[in-house]
Ligand binder design. Structure first.
Ligand code: FUB
Length: 344
């Protein structure tokens, strides 16, 4: 168990907040934190980073995770409880390796863990595991979600109780390999199969979940992210195009689609008036953190919004990360104040 401390310095009422926050967990490496309030408590579903013997490469082989732990906190920045391992790759019949960024959802008295992993052919699929308690243990389905591909699932429950699953990631996340609807085995380079720079960027994916939460309830749809003029963000626009780490939250009637821009390292956001988009690009929520990846979740606890994210403060290594949290502020006009992480 660990206790955290944090400090923020606001530079103005509406722009950037510089924020210094401490790792939430120090005895394991953790990343990609998906946080939710279930049964009045904050539960965090992160990736569990481990030192790897896999050769580091552009597909992210060094992100060689094998299991998930669940963590909880009674209040923001409170004591973090580790509920232990809740799912291991060896328990998942279809999964071979790389348990990447997960998320969780609640429906009725059941809890669902959504996770990506590579199957025996080296293709990323999305899996589901079910539990009676938010902290598991989670029992995996025998097969991946039918028709699933790529990684980084995130589940959003709309105000009417309908759950939507968002996912996808380019390069090592393989989304570019599904542009034709079939897996393109045109080579191992994660940079093959991308659109030309002046073409629309590869689209993140969304589908309603089925009533039993175990399958897509409809054919996956592309999410269109457009600029302020309504033109699709282009593949060459690395400052704004979707890379990975989709997340959706809702404030009033506005749906906020946030994501990592990958090689430009920000968490950016776009807004829309329904769960499918199109979403209009608005700006940066979180400036680059220490380390290559940037991956977050956004959750309201009582009356305050928080962003959970990670950096590499403890290890200094891209694939050995530590999760953190910081308050997040929406301005009166709906825009989100940019957070600039401060380093020690
Ligand atoms: O943790 C492995 C991968 O790194 C995640 O799936 C990506 O979002 C990036 O954070």
């Amino acid at each position: 168990e660990s206790t955290t401390s944090a400090e923020s310095i606001k530079t103005s009422d509406t722009d950037t907040i510089r924020y210094l926050s401490e790792p939430l967990i120090t005895d394991h490496f953790t990343a990609d934190p998906s946080a939710h309030v279930f049964d009045g408590k904050i539960y965090i579903y992160p990736s569990h980073d481990i030192p790897s013997e896999a050769q580091e490469d552009d597909t992210g082989a060094q992100y060689d995770m094998k299991d998930y732990h669940v963590y909880s906190m009674d209040s923001p920045n409170g004591t973090v409880k580790d509920h232990g391992e809740v799912l291991h790759v060896s328990d998942v019949p279809w999964a071979a390796q790389q348990m990447w960024a997960p998320d969780a959802a609640q429906k009725g008295d059941k809890y669902y863990l959504y996770f990506p992993a590579k199957d025996n052919e080296g293709i990323f699929r999305l899996g589901v595991a079910v539990a009676d308690h938010p902290a598991g243990p989670f029992k995996p389905q025998a097969d991946p979600i039918k028709g699933s591909f790529s990684m980084d699932p995130a589940v959003f429950e709309d105000s009417d109780g309908q759950h939507y699953i968002y996912w996808g990631g380019i390069w090592g996340g393989q989304l570019q390999k599904w542009r034709t609807g079939k897996y393109l085995s045109t080579g191992h380079s994660p940079f093959a199969d991308e659109p030309a720079d002046n073409e629309p960027a590869i689209a993140p994916q969304v589908a309603k979940l089925s009533g039993d939460m175990l399958e897509f309830g409809e054919k996956p749809r592309d999410i269109l992210i457009v600029d302020q003029q309504g033109d699709p963000i282009k593949a060459g626009d690395h400052d704004r195009r979707f890379f990975e780490a989709a997340w959706v939250h809702k404030l009033g009637d506005t749906y906020y689609f946030s994501y990592s821009t990958g090689d430009t390292h920000t968490i950016s956001y776009a807004t829309g008036d329904n769960p499918y988009g199109p979403f209009t690009y608005q700006g940066i929520i979180l400036e680059p953190v220490q380390g290559w990846t940037n991956h977050h979740s956004i959750v309201k606890v009582d009356n305050q919004w928080y962003i959970f994210y990670h950096d590499t403060q403890i290890s200094g290594k891209n694939y050995l990360r530590n999760i953190k949290m910081a308050p997040l502020t929406h301005n009166a006009d709906g825009s989100i104040q940019t957070i600039t992480p401060m380093e020690e």
